[in-house]
Design a protein around this ligand. Structure first.
Ligand code: FAD
Length: 328
């Protein structure tokens, strides 16, 4: 039986739908390594555990617990929560880190309720002080930074995808098979599914390093193509304001903001977006924000690192030409 370090941080690493670990895994292990000793948990279908454990080691996990469950891919959340409960019992971590993804939030909420743990949702950074692990959040559209800590036990912290740049050094991990007793808790099951046929070569919005977003200022669905052209020139994912979505320029899955996706890319380019607080809620933690808007008083300029006051239909084609000239 492995001895676990006193400063262990238990990290749940999700699998990607197409195999391998989810993109969120590297930042979770990196964040854990900065405040303690990362112990990764992977929950996989039978036979997939060894590959997942090796991938977790490459990301810097010194110990990997492998739980192989026959229903890992079909029963929603419960097998993972059962495994997480068994792992937490074994490791006695200082904190449990989980991605703030759809599945991660589901697992985190159930696990916290089952173990009576405090939960800190949507952290953008983690630190340790004399009393334990502290989660840092960016709230109300990035207008406030909030620190949260629990007063008992280990906090369950969900981490915003793309928010943490820290990466850990690769390890040759100690791999241990985790014995999990199924709780028998009711779980929704996936009876069948149809694979999405989206064939975009563009990066996915969640977790993208670069995002180009368009707002009502684009004026029409046809003209929204300009956002796509700039995104392609930069190799970026496409986002949108709610006004652009409501006007039918682009599907809702691209909406950035309070009621859409939260992103924390290296670069966020806002085209014809005013910068309403509900939009900022989903992008204010971007490392570099560039705004192009014809209204010099648009609130997006309050948070932009670089701003161009001008007509986007004049500025953006020039920007695309300049980017293409650089590549040539
Ligand atoms: P506008 O505010 O109309 O801004 C358009 C901008 O384009 C203007 O600043 C204008 O100067 C500029 N412009 C126009 N033409 C040009 C041009 N030719 N060149 C350059 N600039 C030009 N919004 C979100 O985005 N995401 C959310 O998740 C979200 N959730 C919400 C939840 C709630 C409960 C509520 C009440 C609102 C929410 N909203 C959300 C809506 C939000 O309040 C704003 O209405 C929305 O963000 C505005 O979108 P916009 O900036 O594209 O449009």
């Amino acid at each position: 039986m492995t001895d676990f370090a006193d400063d262990s941080i238990l990290v749940l690493l999700e699998s990607a739908p197409g195999g391998g670990l989810a993109k969120s895994a590297a930042a979770l292990v990196g964040a854990a390594a900065a405040v303690g000793t990362p112990v990764a948990l992977v929950v996989t279908a039978p036979g997939d555990g060894a590959a997942a454990a090796a991938a977790a080691g490459a990301l810097g996990a010194s110990t990997v617990l492998v739980a192989e469950a026959a229903d890992a891919a079909t029963a929603l959340a419960v097998p993972t929560v059962d495994a997480l409960a068994a792992a937490a019992d074994l490791v006695r971590p200082d904190a449990v880190l989980i991605s703030n993804s759809l599945d991660g939030r589901d697992v985190a909420g159930r696990f916290a309720a089952r173990t009576r743990s405090g939960i800190a949702a949507d952290a953008v950074a983690i630190s340790r002080d004399a009393e334990g692990i502290v989660a840092h959040h960016s709230v109300y559209g990035g207008a406030y930074n909030v620190d949260s800590a629990v007063t008992w036990g280990a906090p369950v912290i969900t981490v915003r995808q793309g928010a943490i740049d820290l990466r850990a050094d690769a390890q040759t991990p100690v791999v241990e098979t985790l014995a999990v007793t199924p709780s028998g808790a009711a779980a929704a099951s996936v009876v069948s599914f149809a694979e999405s046929t989206e064939t975009s070569s563009r990066p996915e919005l969640r977790g993208a390093a670069k995002v180009v977003s368009g707002g009502r200022g684009l004026g029409s669905q046809e003209q929204f193509a300009l956002v796509e052209q700039l995104a392609d020139a930069l190799g970026a994912a496409i986002g949108a304001s709610r006004a652009a979505v409501d006007a039918g320029y682009i599907p809702q899955s691209h909406q950035v903001g309070q009621t859409g996706v939260s992103v924390s890319p290296q670069l966020y380019v806002a085209l014809g977006i005013s910068g309403a607080i509900q939009h900022r809620a989903g992008m204010q933690t971007a490392k570099t924000i560039v705004a192009i808007n014809k209204d010099a008083d648009a609130p997006i300029f309050d948070i932009a690192d670089f701003g161009v006051v001008g007509d986007l239909f004049t500025v953006v084609p020039q920007l695309i030409t300049a980017l293409q000239a650089r590549k040539a």
